[in-house]
Write a protein that binds this ligand. Structure first.
Ligand code: NAP
Length: 483
């Protein structure tokens, strides 16, 4: 398969927070890879901005180190030197007035202007105001904002209102990097570019759906930050909600940003409130010398969940009666993210008991090894009568796409290029984010009002026993967590 890289228009991208972790680990390495792929015009500019007082060359050295570490490229690779020539730096304190004039003088007429807010959300308002006030951003500029987008409905509304003072919705790109993953976009291709699945994609044929995002790491090192958030705010309200929307939404009339986001919004609005007995929260326990959640977050009274499992219902014609089970947690058995759609069993078996057909299952793997796996029944080969066996039709994208598949762009690469192209399809709209908080807030508030303690679970396990019971109660079982 031949790779098709379509270069984007010439651009000036300003990264606020260019000296920070996200810029070093994701944004700059991602831009470098797109440059190597030939997607970024040689004339483009990438301008770092943060408080650190340094010049262009010092920033290039810093960026070069980060890129060689996180993009796995040798420091003396000539392509790295070429890329670093696109970089510049302007010291700016988002809360001060210095540096903005210099920044303005660097921006070129005729280039796409994008501003990446890779800083704490408390600075979004300051930056937006000054970009507008100094005449650096105009009605064609784009801004990119990072998660977390608020910590509840009220703060998300306030953040939207702040940005809306200076930018139109069509200019605001709210990043959820899950939407940039190849498999997540493939979910839409599989659903809406094939006739095969869509007729079965409803409560009549789907028994249930499981969405799992499991991590092996704990919260050590960022425990005090995480303790104010927890798994629901950190994972469910954004990433898992986006996956759920793409699975459950109706076909949009066109693959167009607002058409797709309108359909996602309808799903969020159709979510039923989650009953207290349909949700389980957990905290990982100490494991030998390894600290537990309480030690990692340094808060002995913490009731914040490092694990959550819940049963979600969508109240609409398509999904009435098909539960969706979500689970996510830290320090679990393996690092994996997947969506599993379990279809109903055939209504009648013509085979004897030993060969009864099992339910088909479609598993969409986000990590590791992005790909899909469809479990189907076949006859066990060889003589000896009609024995049925379930086999996977496995499609790893890396294998299926050959060399191109080995080099699939990271989510950030794809999303940043979409910003330059001006395509908002894979970004969250303001009303979507607010609707997601409107559904999540009562779940969080009910927990805060309760006196319940989180369920303990062992590090390296599949989560608390109570979460198993959530499934067993419905005569179902979680898929095994494995990488
Ligand atoms: P970080 O490592 O703490 O970096 C923060 C950046 O902001 C630094 O470059 C810092 O540089 C700059 N900064 C701080 N105060 C400033 C000010 N007053 N004016 C101008 N610049 C200022 O944070 P991060 O991990 O890169 O995260 C950045 C944003 O992305 C946050 O909103 C975070 O929630 C989000 N995010 C991060 C990740 C991740 O993997 N890191 C993932 C998802 C979302 P100076 O000190 O030089 O000013």
């Amino acid at each position: 398969m031949v790779s098709r890289v379509i270069p984007v228009d010439d651009f000036d991208l300003v990264i606020f927070g260019a000296t920070g972790d996200l810029a070093h680990r994701k944004i700059l390495p991602g831009l470098f890879r797109r440059f190597v792929a030939g997607q970024i015009p040689q004339t483009s500019q990438i301008i770092g901005a943060a408080r650190t007082d340094q010049d262009d060359q010092a920033f290039r050295d810093q960026a070069g180190k980060a890129i060689s570490e996180f993009a796995g490229v040798k420091k003396n690779d000539p392509r790295l030197a070429q890329f670093l020539e696109l970089l510049g730096y302007t010291p700016i304190d988002a809360k001060g007035e210095g540096g903005w004039k210099e920044l303005k003088s660097r921006m070129r007429d005729g280039a796409v202007h994008a501003f990446y807010f890779s800083v704490a959300p408390s600075l979004f308002g300051d930056i937006a105001e000054r970009l507008a006030g100094h005449g650096i951003a105009d009605e064609d500029s784009r801004i990119v904002v990072e998660k977390p987008f608020g910590r509840d409905l009220e703060s998300a509304r306030a953040l939207n209102a702040t940005l809306a003072q200076h930018f139109q919705e069509q200019q605001i790109y709210r990043i959820d990097h899950y939407l940039g993953k190849e498999t997540v976009q493939n979910l839409m291709a599989v659903r809406f570019a094939n006739i095969l699945f869509e007729p079965l994609w409803n409560a009549q044929y789907v028994d249930h759906i499981q969405i799992t995002v499991a991590e092996t790491v704990g919260v050590a090192g960022r425990g005090s930050y995480y303790d104010k958030s927890g798994a629901i705010r950190d994972m469910v309200q954004n990433h898992m909600m986006q996956l759920l929307c793409l699975i459950a939404m109706e076909p949009p009339y066109h693959f167009d940003p607002d058409a797709v986001r309108d359909e996602k919004l309808k799903v969020i609005r159709a979510l039923e409130p989650v009953a207290p007995n349909d949700i389980v929260r957990g905290q990982y326990q100490p494991d030998g010398d390894e600290p537990g959640y309480i030690e990692d977050c340094e808060n002995p009274d913490s009731r914040t969940e490092s694990y959550v499992a819940m049963k979600v219902r969508i109240s609409n014609w398509r999904w009435q009666g098909t539960p969706i089970y979500l689970r996510t947690g830290k320090k679990l058995r393996a690092r994996t993210s997947e969506i599993a759609i379990t279809f109903k069993e055939p209504p009648h078996s013509i085979f004897d008991d030993t060969g009864a057909p099992k339910a088909n299952e479609l598993v969409i793997r986000l990590q590791p090894n992005e790909g899909m796996n469809l479990k189907v029944m076949i006859k066990e080969p060889g003589p000896g009568g009609m024995r049925l066996v379930q086999v996977p039709l496995d499609m790893s994208f890396a294998d299926a796409l050959g060399a191109e598949g080995q080099d699939m762009p990271d989510a950030y690469e794809r999303l940043i290029m979409d910003v330059i192209r001006g395509n908002q399809t894979l970004f969250m709209r303001g009303d979507e984010v607010e609707a997601a908080w409107a559904w999540t807030d009562p779940i969080i508030n009910a927990w805060e009002d309760s006196k319940q303690a989180p369920e303990p679970y062992d590090a390296g396990s599949s989560g608390p026993d109570e979460a198993l019971r959530l499934m067993h109660r419905d005569n179902r079982r979680w898929r095994e967590i494995r990488s």
